[in-house]
Design a binder for this molecule. Structure first.
Ligand SMILES: [Zn+2]
Length: 186
């Protein structure tokens, strides 16, 4: 086993969201990294069309790869909204390969974009945990914190002014200039 896997530029490892696939050596942009592999399902066969899992990869309107099989190591690749790889879909060959779209360094997690349908069905409800979305969320959180701090300072300043202002008004209106709203004439 080790002799076979040592040639491969990846390994399964711990990622933030469970398991993931990581580069064990540099992978050049454009390199075919791994095949997304599994039985081909035909949607015209009801019992095949009924199969439902998170690893289905639709090739076209008819054919789908069921990637849930153990042998399909590519199923460990996590989604990213800003990935370093992509799925190269070959409907006519009924094959999918995962290919680097950036130079990937040893140790980097390999990601590809799972696409809009998967995102809507599985990621949007729980919030995407890819590095890009995490970064975006942290930035928004920091901005919200800064905004709250600003609002607080503004409110405190306003409160200070409000507590200082009425005294001044009373002094001016009733006592400072000696008049009491003109009623003193009577
Ligand atoms: Zn994301």
């Amino acid at each position: 086993m080790p002799a076979i896997s040592s040639n491969k530029p990846y390994r399964v490892g711990r990622s933030k969201t469970g398991l993931g696939l990581f580069a064990t050596k540099p992978i050049k942009k454009g390199t075919r990294i791994i095949r997304y592999f599994g039985p081909i399902l035909d949607c015209r066969i009801p019992e095949q069309d009924d199969i439902e899992n998170k690893y289905l990869f639709e090739l076209n309107g008819r054919w789908t790869i069921d990637g849930s099989v153990r042998k399909n190591v590519a199923r460990y690749i996590n989604h990213s909204c800003r990935p370093n790889a992509e799925s190269d879909v070959r409907p006519r060959e009924r094959k999918v390969f995962i290919r680097a779209i950036k130079n990937i360094e040893a140790g980097d997690e390999i990601n590809y974009d799972y696409g809009a349908d998967y995102f809507k069905a599985y990621l949007k409800p729980i919030g995407c945990k890819c590095a890009s979305c995490e970064k975006k969320r942290n930035k928004l959180r920091a901005e919200a914190r800064a905004e709250r701090a600003k609002v607080k300072v503004r409110a405190e300043r306003k409160a200070q002014k409000a507590s200082a202002a009425p005294k001044k008004k009373k002094l001016n209106g009733k006592y400072a200039n000696g008049k009491t709203n003109g009623r003193a004439r009577a």
